[in-house]
Design a binder for this molecule. Sequence first.
Ligand SMILES: [Zn+2]
Length: 78
Amino acid sequence: MYTARYGASIRKLVDKAITAKRTRYECPKCHKLKLGRKGTGIWACKSCDAVFAGGAYAFRSEAGEIAARMIAEYSKSS
Ligand SMILES: [Zn+2]
């Protein structure tokens, strides 16, 4: 298994990222827990073959949530 060297806090961040990328997420299209990581930021559903853009190591990232909120805000005002 991959482990980062030099520093407990860095190791904790890496463990968190690896767990997040291995977790199966719910597909926004068919709502099955079949969404897996295909590459950095690419998530594909094993059931309906839908491909989504998401976070690099987790399907929903904190930065992505902020961006989604901003997009929603802009589309409301225009
Ligand atoms: Zn699906």
